[in-house]
Ligand binder design. Sequence first.
Ligand SMILES: NC(=O)c1ccc[n+]([C@@H]2O[C@H](COP(=O)([O-])OP(=O)(O)OC[C@H]3O[C@@H](n4cnc5c(N)ncnc54)[C@H](OP(=O)(O)O)[C@@H]3O)[C@@H](O)[C@H]2O)c1
Length: 258
Amino acid sequence: MKFVLITGASGGIGLSIARELAKRKNNLLLVARSTDKLQRICRDLEEEYGIKAEYLSEDLSNPLATQTVLEWLRTNAYSVDTLVNNAGYGVWGRVDSTPADQLNNMMQLNMNAVVNMCHALLPELKKHPKAYIMNVASTAAYQAVPTLATYAASKAFVVLFTRGLRRELKDTNISVTCVSPGATSTNFIDRAGMEAMRERAEKFSMTPESVGAIAVNGMLNGKAEVLPGFTNWFSVQLTYFVPKFITEKIAEGLYKTK
Ligand SMILES: NC(=O)c1ccc[n+]([C@@H]2O[C@H](COP(=O)([O-])OP(=O)(O)OC[C@H]3O[C@@H](n4cnc5c(N)ncnc54)[C@H](OP(=O)(O)O)[C@@H]3O)[C@@H](O)[C@H]2O)c1
């Protein structure tokens, strides 16, 4: 029996990706921290789609988390042909007013966990005739974003890492896709401490359901990069033509904390 492993599937975009894949009759392995939510989601998806869904409650910002995930896969002899690295979050605020441990925890999850999960799962993914990796970045990756400076940089890392990995694996069975959503109505705003941004963000937010559907289609169609929604696609295209000082000024205006 084959499984898709999805990180951060207890809500938001990750849950929508899980649902999209369940609709296509994929069995699921879901990893996040919230045991109750994961338990309920697995039961619901199993009942609704007739698939098998299992979960592991794990904090992936722990540097040893990948080892725990690998042990869980080995102990249960789970065979994985698709890996979705979706877990991530932002921390809103100036670098000089944010505690370093908050930035480090975010960087650990947004970057190190993504690399470690890919690295750990590659031998397993290579065993299948066709395999997929999806890494979730953000439109914030395409320009510097004052007050989300570290988050945006961590997502730029995800874009470049994913593109590099895709190229390295181009002659293998593994297709690698980077998905960069823009504002999406999830728990992201609360976790990032961006309550004051909610009204502004909701004006152009997409639903997690539409982002999940576009993400899964893009992955299964072997796309290198997926930018869900025209506005997000267009804003990223602009960054290739507009001078950096202008895109940074626009981002500064959009994300200012006061
Ligand atoms: N929403 C947006 O506007 C937006 C825009 C661009 C990119 N993104 C990216 O999309 C991805 C999904 O975010 P979302 O918007 O769906 O946010 P969300 O609703 O906050 O969901 C985040 C998911 O990640 C899990 N997670 C968070 N910290 C974790 C940790 N330390 N270990 C394991 N799992 C953890 C959460 O579950 P637990 O709390 O149960 O651990 C949850 O399942 C993130 O990578 C985010 O950066 C979001």
